[in-house]
Design a protein around this ligand. Structure first.
Ligand SMILES: *Cc1c(COP(=O)(O)O)cnc(C)c1O
Length: 634
């Protein structure tokens, strides 16, 4: 037997392939993080972070945020644009914005604004509450604030307030009626707006967000509408307010060719509008810069077939070429990358709290007098090793089906069903072990791996921490934090602690393929087993719901620092939502609940059924649980 190495672990879990230079497997078999792209040799051992979390008495699951990764991503995007612009002799500059819908956590937005300050990096909002946040957090007069989404009068008024404060607030018109609302408002307040026009693009992206462009798109203006708006602005002597042309053809764009097509279409439109006398200065290419979640560098929905450098080069050179041909000045470039900025910086770390397996059911299967013939037949099959595997499988499945039919008719006893079950799973595991996966295997037998896989019960909620894996089939890497120098011998799927059978990760990265289950290490008694769900920083962090009332996770904010032991320190711990808080959002009055439970206990005390001291203990215990964590305390 060749020994298992960390190279084998790397091959299996693909940590470097999706890790983007931040994640790798150390010689000690632990996940390592190099959070600062400028200091690739300063690495944090993830197990040490986990140990410190345990030492501080923090409960899992926890979101771990690596702020240095966030900063690195902001720097990389801005510097890639700056470098490419210089190399291409491009005349405009890059002033990107971060769309806060991707992760509205205050600490995340603050870190991004701080890291982006030298580049005049701004923010994008798509709703009124987001605009209110952005007004307070983007006070750099040179940075843009781009305002998308449908707008009412309050939204527009707040935007004009931003203009009063000297900010570059760009109101992107999504539909014609917004302009009719804006014009009188701006006049009344005597504030000159900066206007953007969102074009409904003809190029169709691939993947989950294909409907973001084309005639049926929810947002954006047709060419006819754009021309009407220009006419209207001219009438009002406001054409000089039109500053930006915007498009967004979808998130997680997997194919670079669609991006090139979109850039050509938009650059041509930009040039033609400028030739018509519209004094545009900015071309905003929206979001869509993808993440290689599955590490395959392909056009699958969870990957991308290009690098950030290639994306930036295609944008810069693409716009330059068309503007040069059309003899129009190069616009300043804006992008609204959200996923690409935030996905890597956070992960969910939690513990496996148990294992559920079909082969675990054991019942004494020895023959008993007068047993039913189906039971005898199944027993004979347990030793029929020379039978063709497919035939043996067919027989076992047939006997099991017959047995359950017979049970329904009252012919088989509960004990007999337990024997049938035990022998059935025994036979299936024998068949699975006998199969040689390198040669041809009957299709039905391929399913055996999945049928026999264990379920690892993971202390988290899919609906809270990995909503997109459930909603849109997104793939997220899940990898043990340690023991990667040890061969993982248990095939399993990961299920969560919600009482929902959908609460299960459905796809796993196994090498360069996607699989229905994944090898993990055998669980040892009294030895916690921690796994990390990675790349959760975009959308997943903030999309969680109230399913089963689990609420938000505890957050641990980690900073890299080479003077600290382990090169890191935990800067802040934000406790997860307490049980009483999630109950209150569902309109429960927890004081009333505590009082009611206390009353019931008091009644028992009065009747003398429990001692007064014990009654007080139970009352306190109930109140303590209300204030405590919603997740499993293990
Ligand atoms: C969602 C959204 C984005 C962010 O897209 P990413 O793919 O996460 O970069 C940018 N702009 C608009 C208009 C959006 O709706």
């Amino acid at each position: 037997m060749p020994t298992w190495t960390i190279e084998d672990a790397e091959e299996l879990y693909g940590v470097r392939r999706w890790g983007a230079g931040y994640f790798s497997i150390g010689d000690n078999g632990n996940i390592q993080i190099a959070p600062n792209h400028r200091l690739p040799d300063v690495t944090i051992d993830m197990q040490e972070v986990v140990d410190e979390i345990i030492a501080e008495g923090i409960q899992f699951p926890a979101v771990i945020r690596f702020h240095d990764i966030l900063r690195s991503q902001v720097e990389i995007l801005n510097e890639t644009f700056a470098d490419t612009i210089e190399k291409a002799d491009y005349q405009g500059r890059y002033t990107g914005v971060f769309p806060i819908k991707v992760n509205q956590m205050r600490e995340v937005v603050e870190e991004i604004m701080d890291a982006g300050e030298p580049y005049d990096y701004g923010l994008e909002a798509g709703s009124k509450p987001e605009l209110m946040a952005v007004l307070a957090y983007n006070d750099n007069p040179n940075a843009l604030t781009v305002l998308n989404g449908y707008k009412d009068e309050d939204y527009l008024t707040l935007a004009l307030l931003g203009r009063q404060l000297g900010r570059k607030m760009i109101i992107v018109i999504e539909k014609y009626s917004e302009l009719e609302m804006l014009i009188p408002l701006a006049k009344k307040l005597g504030v000159e707006p900066m206007i953007g026009l969102r074009s409904k693009m003809m190029v169709r992206s691939l993947g989950k967000w294909a409907s973001s462009s084309g005639d049926g798109a929810k947002f954006g203006l047709s060419i006819t509408e754009i021309l009407n708006i220009i006419e209207r602005l001219k009438q009002e002597d406001m054409l000089h307010c039109a500053k930006l042309l915007h498009f967004h053809i979808g998130s997680q764009l997997s194919d670079i060719r669609k991006i090139k097509e979109a850039v050509s279409e938009a650059a041509r439109l930009y040039a033609k509008l400028v030739q018509l006398g519209v004094p545009l200065e900015y071309l905003d290419i929206g979001g869509g810069l993808g993440i290689d979640y599955d590490g395959t560098s392909s056009t699958t929905d969870s990957s991308r077939n290009y690098s950030t450098e290639e994306y930036v080069a295609d944008v810069v050179y693409g716009v330059k070429q068309i503007c040069d041909l059309e003899k129009v000045a190069h616009p300043n470039l804006v992008s609204e990358s959200g996923r690409a900025i935030t996905a890597h910086h956070s992960c969910v770390v939690t513990n496996i709290v148990g294992e559920i397996k079909n082969t675990g059911k054991q019942f004494d299967t020895s023959a008993s007098e007068g047993e039913h013939i189906i039971v005898t037949n199944m027993r004979e099959l347990t030793t029929a090793n020379d039978l063709h595997p497919q035939e043996r499988y067919n027989d076992a499945a047939g006997f099991k089906e017959n047995a359950y039919e017979a049970f329904k008719l009252g012919i088989l006893s509960l004990e007999e069903i337990a024997k049938i079950d035990t022998m059935y799973w025994q036979i299936l595991s024998e068949i699975q072990k006998s199969l040689d996966h390198d040669s041809f295997v009957f299709q039905e037998l391929e399913k055996l791996d999945d049928m026999l896989a264990s379920q690892y019960l993971c202390n988290f909620s899919i609906f809270q921490s990995a909503a997109d894996t459930w909603a849109i089939g997104q793939v997220l890497p899940i990898v043990p934090i340690s023991r990667l120098d040890e061969k993982p011998e248990v095939r399993c799927s990961i299920v969560d602690i919600t009482c929902d059978s959908d609460g299960k990760l459905r796809k796993y990265i196994e090498g360069t393929e996607l699989s229905d289950n994944i090898p993990m290490h055998a669980l040892h008694k009294d030895q916690p087993y921690h796994v990390g769900l990675f790349l959760t920083g975009a959308y997943q962090d903030v999309m969680g719901d109230m399913h089963n009332l689990f609420g938000r996770l505890t957050e641990v904010h980690v900073y890299c620092h080479d003077d600290e032991p382990g090169d890191f320190y935990i800067e802040e711990v934000v406790p997860g939502t307490a049980a009483e808080k999630v109950l209150e959002t569902m309109q429960y009055n927890t004081d009333y609940m505590a009082k009611t439970v206390k009353k019931s206990i008091d009644r028992l005390v009065r009747k003398g059924q429990i001692a007064p001291r014990e009654g007080v203990k139970w009352t306190d215990y109930y109140e303590k649980c209300l204030a405590g964590s919603t997740y499993l305390k293990v």
